[in-house]
Design a protein around this ligand. Structure first.
Ligand SMILES: Cc1cc2nc3c(=O)[nH]c(=O)nc-3n(C[C@H](O)[C@H](O)[C@H](O)COP(=O)(O)OP(=O)(O)OC[C@H]3O[C@@H](n4cnc5c(N)ncnc54)[C@H](O)[C@@H]3O)c2cc1C
Length: 387
């Protein structure tokens, strides 16, 4: 019988390009991000120096073609980079995740030549993007949004507010979903490209959060905000498609963020349990502790396989909706459990800020909430199973 292994690489086998980016992201995370993590968490602010470094490293436009000054890489490469950055800091992870998997992908998949030429080089080299769908009254039921867009001559006038917008403090380019016809339901929703200095646009209250504290999460106000007609992304009334398709991809990114967080917590626990002595020996010598570590590693591997599999399926151009929902659902569950176990393994030291695991535990919680709550992922999976 033929050796199948030689023909079918494992899901975790990386191409040369994937491995190179993985190593570069890991080195960057260890050398540039790690020394700043605690201070950024305490100050609830991403270090502004890091923002430009992310661009210089080519981590903000991984999939943008080289002809638009991007990295010319693949979706899978974004996924491995998000995982490595999140292993050190989930806030830095979501910073590049939103840019690559939501904003850049929306521009790449739905932008015409003019939009691509105007915006992709900026997104690849210097400008941060944000994705503005949620509102105070519409989260899981995202298409019940109320922000309105009224056509007036050569532009639209946007009115309303957006809540929970990641990267709002750092961003210059905002993808804003609004309805051109509130009576038309989801068929009125349209995607607009709004720049920070457009008249009537402002970034308002910043949230004080449990985790991913260095990631800015703010309210956005649109008060008679004038947006030129050429800044509609995709077709008028087809914004729901832009939102749905980008979020489907984005979910795999959140899965990658969560396996990074879980791996970071496990790495810390492996180091600590071999150093900490009780009853005259390292606590990692106790079989009870060893079994906890082994289960954590196994859970992370199951989540990683789901995330990598969904990313590979997407990259091959096949349907990946169910796999993406499963990956995000499972990875966020694993991250919550593994980071909680890591706190346990540190004992009292796990509960204080001198050690890294309490932050991993706080950061993990967001995985079950944004880009569709766990219930919404289960909804999607069940719908596809039962149809
Ligand atoms: C830190 C952070 C960053 C974010 N970043 C962004 C961003 O950049 N852009 C953006 O647009 N949004 C962003 N969000 C918003 C996020 O996507 C929403 O919070 C999320 O979709 C949930 O919506 P909600 O908060 O209104 O909760 P709700 O929709 O009110 O849900 C509350 C609870 O009810 C459950 N529920 C609701 N409907 C159902 C149902 N049909 N069946 C079963 N259970 C249900 C949910 O699962 C949840 O447990 C962010 C949120 C946070 C906290």
């Amino acid at each position: 019988m033929e050796n199948v292994d030689q023909q079918m690489p494992a899901l975790t086998t990386l191409t040369e390009d994937e491995k190179m980016l993985q190593d570069a992201a890991r080195d960057f995370a260890e050398s540039a991000i790690k020394p700043k993590v605690q201070e950024m968490d305490e100050k609830a602010k991403l270090d502004p120096e890091l923002v430009q470094q992310f661009f210089d490293m080519g981590l903000m436009g991984i999939e943008i073609p080289e002809s638009y000054s991007g990295g010319g890489g693949s979706f899978f490469m974004s996924i491995v980079a998000i995982e490595q950055i999140s292993r050190v800091d989930a806030s830095a992870g979501v910073f590049m995740d939103v840019q690559n998997t939501l904003v850049n992908n929306a521009f790449l998949n739905f932008g015409g030549d003019d939009i691509k030429e105007r915006y992709l080089p900026q997104l690849a080299t210097e400008k941060v993007g944000a994705y503005c769908l949620s509102e105070a009254g519409s989260g899981s039921d995202a298409f019940a949004l109320k922000t309105s867009a009224k056509e007036e001559g050569d532009h639209y006038v946007l009115n309303g507010s957006k809540l929970w917008i990641t990267n709002a403090n750092e961003a210059d380019i905002f993808l804003v979903f609004a309805t051109v016809d509130p009576g038309a339901g989801y068929k009125g929703i349209t995607a607009f490209i709004v720049e920070r200095d457009f008249e009537g646009f402002s970034v308002s209250k910043k949230e004080n959060k449990l985790g991913i504290r260095a990631s800015s999460t703010c309210e956005i106000l649109l008060e008679n905000c004038k947006v030129p007609k050429e800044n509609v992304l995709g077709e008028v009334g087809k914004g729901y498609k832009v939102a749905m398709e980008t979020l489907n991809e984005g979910r795999i990114g959140i899965g990658a963020q969560m396996i990074g967080v879980a791996q970071g917590a496990l790495d810390a626990a492996l180091e600590y349990t071999q150093e900490r002595e009780q009853f005259g020996k390292a606590i990692s010598d106790f079989q009870g502790v060893q079994f906890q570590l082994a289960k954590m590693a196994t859970d992370i591997e199951t989540a990683r396989l789901l995330v990598y599999n969904a990313a590979r399926i997407k990259e091959n151009g096949n349907k990946f909706l169910k796999e993406a929902a499963m990956a995000k659902y499972h990875a966020s569950e694993v991250a919550e459990n593994v980071t909680s176990q890591a706190v346990d393994l540190f004992g009292g030291y796990g509960y204080v800020k001198e050690y890294p695991v309490e932050k991993y535990y706080r950061d993990a919680k967001i995985g079950k909430i944004y880009e569709g709550t766990s219930n919404m992922q289960l909804n999607t999976i069940a719908k596809l199973l039962l149809k």
